[in-house]
Write a protein that binds this ligand. Structure first.
Ligand SMILES: Cc1ncc(COP(=O)(O)O)c(C=O)c1O
Length: 435
């Protein structure tokens, strides 16, 4: 089969390796794969890496970029704050525009700082303002544990019992993912008591992509604040946080954004709040107006700078920002629209191949509608799931396993090929056939 045999926009697929090769040959983003270092197996062959939803791959430019920062430290020391190749003093600013483009925000609505859960705490200080009658928090079952711990700690700090204040929206009996209409119904029913709606943009376990625009509109109509954890959505789904009118969002950059382990996190604060100096917040010198930042003993009063920058606490962590800087340059080159278009096709291909696996009772619990998911598919395997996961791992497929019975596969359009997807499905088919 030749590349021209694959119509660029056709969403129909065929089985067999030649079709995978043809899809790769026709893929305008195929060359980006080589911009990343792929781990190899004992046979020297690259592993099929489907865990960009956990830790993204390293852009090949990262070692040189890190060396540059180390050189600047060694040769310039404190002077590097102003004289480094990328001056350290405002390193966070070089990340702003590319991050804003990725999440659909105005530049001053976005800042790179801290890590996800810390940023969530900072946002809860500002946006969770309970009153005697409006104090509840609407979350989903199961929210990522770190988010649940963070929310419960804020409730307790304010003397509120989490058991009384958490509204946990669950999928319907026999279903695996939440329905937007059920979230909206809860907001309508209990909205007068809800201070905050807080959901994962893409659910980490099921891969469901929430309809954030509708949820935000409904939350606001009921007088609630609405925020999202975008750990699994940033760099994975097309986001329009500004236009959707989302109040705040937080995300990590080590998953789909390929910013490296423990990379600095991202935070979005809608422009509506950026200039409100009266908002309660935790303060630190880096959130202060730079004009008076160094006049600490002369101007003891905290003066928040406008925009999301005003929520910063500490000066930028250069070694945590440098790999992200390198990765965001690649995102800018590829463009999120092109990435999302490939992602829909790549994940659709995985779905097609998985649907062809007979026996074993595997269920894809991720929504079938591409508009309601990112790149991840979560596979519920009723029998010997762990054994199957170990089997595919031994054959060079890196996917992750969630107890007790779910394997998550997340083909990332930046560095995964159609052939990766074909190989993963073939290996899984072999393992399922051994049941
Ligand atoms: C959905 C979600 N929220 C929160 C976190 C916690 O992130 P961090 O350790 O950067 O605070 C993670 C980490 O994987 C996550 O997947």
């Amino acid at each position: 089969m030749t590349a021209s045999a694959v119509a660029p926009r056709a969403l129909s697929y065929q089985p067999g390796e030649p079709f995978a090769r043809a899809l790769d040959a026709a893929d305008p983003l195929a060359a980006f794969r080589d911009r990343f270092q792929h781990p190899v197996g004992p046979d020297g062959r690259p592993l099929v890496y489907l865990t960009g939803n956990s830790l993204g791959l390293m852009p090949k430019t990262v070692p040189d970029r890190m060396q540059q920062e180390l050189r600047d430290w060694g040769t310039l020391a404190v002077e590097a704050h102003m004289k480094a190749k990328t001056p350290w003093y405002n390193y966070h600013e070089v990340l702003r525009d590319p991050l804003a483009r990725l999440v659909g925000a105005l530049p001053d609505e976005v800042v790179a700082m801290n890590s996800l859960t810390i940023n969530l705490h900072l946002m809860l200080v500002t946006f969770y303002q309970p009153t005697a009658t409006r104090y509840k928090v609407l979350v989903e079952d199961a929210a990522f544990p770190s988010d649940s711990y963070a929310i419960a700690s804020h409730l307790r700090l304010r003397g509120i019992d989490p058991a009384q204040a958490l509204i946990i929206v669950r999928p319907r009996a026999g279903e695996h993912t939440l329905r937007t209409e059920d979230v909206l119904a809860q907001i309508q029913k209990q909205g007068a008591e809800i201070a905050l709606v807080l959901l994962g943009g893409v659910h980490y376990y099921s891969g469901l992509l929430h309809d954030m625009a509708r949820i935000t509109t409904a939350g606001h109509a009921a007088g609630c604040k609405v925020g999202f954890d975008l750990a699994h959505a940033a760099g994975n789904a097309k986001l329009s946080l500004h236009d959707w009118n989302v109040d705040f969002a937080v995300w990590c950059c080590y998953k789909y954004l390929n910013g490296g382990p423990g990379a600095v996190g991202g935070c979005f604060v809608h422009q509506r709040f950026g200039n409100d100096r009266a908002l309660p917040r935790l303060a630190g010198w880096w959130g202060n107006d730079p004009a008076t930042r160094f006049r600490l003993h002369l101007n003891a009063e905290f003066v928040p700078q406008p925009g999301a920058d005003g929520w910063q606490i500490s000066n930028p962590p250069i070694f945590s920002m440098t790999p992200l800087h390198a990765a965001l340059e690649i995102f800018d080159e590829a463009g999120i629209d092109a990435l999302r278009a490939k992602s829909v096709r790549l994940t659709g291909y995985l779905e097609y191949l998985l649907d062809g696996i007979q026996g074993g009772g595997m269920t894809i619990i991720t929504p079938r509608d591409p508009a309601a998911r990112g790149c991840q598919l979560s596979l519920l395997i009723p029998k010997r799931a762990q054994e199957i996961h170990e089997g595919i791992t031994a054959q060079g497929i890196v996917a992750d396993f969630r107890q007790p019975d779910v394997i998550r596969m997340a083909p990332a359009p930046l560095f995964n090929s159609y052939h990766d997807v074909w190989r993963a499905a073939e290996v899984l088919r072999g393992q399922m056939g051994r049941l």
